[in-house]
Design a protein around this ligand. Structure first.
Ligand code: SF4
Length: 99
């Protein structure tokens, strides 16, 4: 049986025979680009992310993972530094909501 298409998964992720990672645009790309600390590799990885249909899901996973996704990598079209900054902003926003 063929796996769910992206559209089927989006319509009903709970019942589709797929995970968001199955639609990752980076699935057949060089992973070294995503785990590199060289700016040219990071830029190339972010370029790959721009065409990814599950960028939103990927970014949310990176921002909500308990381990901070170590080792650092490009996720959801953002560099490790950008992800760190966004995670920090979310923590601060959550704290200010609690006051
Ligand atoms: S957003 Fe980027 S890192 Fe995330 S699954 Fe897509 S291509 Fe891969």
């Amino acid at each position: 049986m063929p796996r769910a298409t992206y559209e089927e998964w989006r319509a009903d992720p709970e019942n589709a025979d797929a995970e968001w990672q199955d639609f990752a645009h980076c699935i057949d790309k060089n992973p070294d680009l995503f785990f590199s600390d060289k700016q040219e590799d990071i830029d190339a990885a972010k370029q790959i992310c721009r065409a990814c249909v599950v960028r939103e899901e990927c970014l949310e996973t990176a921002l909500t993972s308990a381990d901070g996704l170590y080792p650092p990598a490009v996720w959801g079209g953002m560099s490790p530094r950008e992800l760190k900054r966004l995670r920090r902003q979310r923590v601060l926003a959550k704290r200010s909501d609690m006051i």
